[in-house]
Design a protein around this ligand. Structure first.
Ligand code: CP
Length: 357
């Protein structure tokens, strides 16, 4: 694997992605062979935001491979509470750990971390932006449960705006042939424009629907998501969106016999518990596939570790990102990095598009 860090699955080639998925399968079928293959290595998990699955599946994956663990899941118990910058925290931890897994509420935090780390950095979720290792989990699940990653009609339902798992999944699945996306969300929670542009650039077919009932008979995969309460500006704004789409047995009755229902979890109220008993519901199995996906990723990234301090990046433009959830809003020393797209500027940390002055 060529990439040093995993910030976005776009950073790795399709060949490397397929290799990780294949390798996760090898580990799943031969778990004892991989016990202690990373003996002597240390993984740091820096969780600035709450997590159950991502944090614990990384920790379990590392422990099964023989790594030792350091880190925090409450930044309040670290020197972050004294005002230490992301840059300083990561630079120090990368002197201790061979690999760093980071989750942060600000978009682009993992990319920013990778700019100051000697060790590989894995993005375990950056605000409402991306969650590439959830996507690895989803791809391993689909390759087992559907036997393919192409020629799929995929229903996506819920919070398309803040759902970072959906963003990463669309980016990856649109690279495989003949995948079609059917999106069900309220107008307020529609997919960000940069991802619509991405699907178009890949030549992917997509459509919007108002109800789950409309898409159930057609889809091969249903990816349900939670409405992300923590990303709303007010309780009232969240309450207005909550409970609009609920998958229940009646809707499952409209679907194909080989439908697979995935959900990154946690679930709130968007799938009724009766659906858990349906053999097409695979969201609990998905969490186990995720552990094998992360074991495969850890092995590949440790093989590729160079321990070099990355060269300092310089600002590419004078502009400032307008996204208030972008990491550049709080970590003001960060270079302003933009790429130019159709005469506009796109922030490299959070993918927000702004007008060029
Ligand atoms: N799927 C996922 O990211 O779950 P956690 O927030 O519990 O890690």
């Amino acid at each position: 694997m060529e990439a040093k860090n995993l910030i976005d699955l776009d950073n790795i080639s399709l060949e490397d992605l397929d290799e990780i998925i294949r390798f996760a399968g090898v580990i799943k079928e031969n778990p004892t062979y991989f016990v202690d293959v990373c003996h002597g290595k240390i993984m740091a998990t820096l969780f600035y935001e709450p997590s159950t699955r991502t944090q614990m599946s990384f920790q379990t994956a590392a422990l099964r491979l023989g790594c030792k663990l350091i880190g925090f899941d409450d930044p309040g118990s670290s020197s972050v509470s004294k005002g230490e910058s992301l840059k300083d925290t990561v630079r120090v931890i990368s002197n201790y750990a061979d690999i760093i897994v980071i989750r942060n509420a600000f978009e682009g935090a993992a990319l920013a971390s990778s700019m100051y780390s000697r060790s590989p950095v894995i993005n375990a979720g950056d605000g409402g932006h991306l969650h590439p290792t959830q996507t690895l989990t989803d791809l391993v699940t689909l390759s087992y449960e559907k036997g393919r990653l192409d020629n799929l009609t995929i229903g996506l339902c819920g919070d398309m705006k803040h759902g970072r798992t959906v963003h990463s999944l669309i980016k990856s699945l649109s690279k495989y042939k003949n995948n079609k996306f059917l999106m069900v969300s309220t107008p307020e929670l529609k997919l960000p424009q940069y991802l619509v542009d991405y699907m178009e650039a890949q030549g992917c077919e997509y459509a919007y629907a108002d109800t789950l009932e409309e898409i159930m008979p057609e889809i091969d995969v249903l990816y349900m998501t939670r409405i992300q309460r923590e990303r709303f500006p007010s309780v009232e704004a969240y309450e207005a969106q909550k409970g609009v789409y609920v998958l229940d047995k009646k809707k499952m009755d409209l679907a194909k016999p080989d439908l697979r229902v995935l959900h990154p979890l946690p679930r709130v109220d968007e799938i009724t518990v009766e659906v858990d008993e349906d053999p097409r519901a695979k969201y609990f199995e998905q969490t186990e596939y995720g552990m094998y996906a992360r074991m495969a990723l850890i092995i590949k990234m440790l093989e590729n570790r160079t321990a070099d301090i990355p060269p300092t990046k310089k600002s590419t433009h004078d502009a400032k990102c307008t996204n208030m959830r972008c990491i550049t809003q709080t970590e003001e020393y960060l270079p302003k990095l933009f790429r130019e797209v159709d005469g506009d500027l796109v922030c490299k940390y959070c993918d927000t598009r702004i007008k060029k002055k």
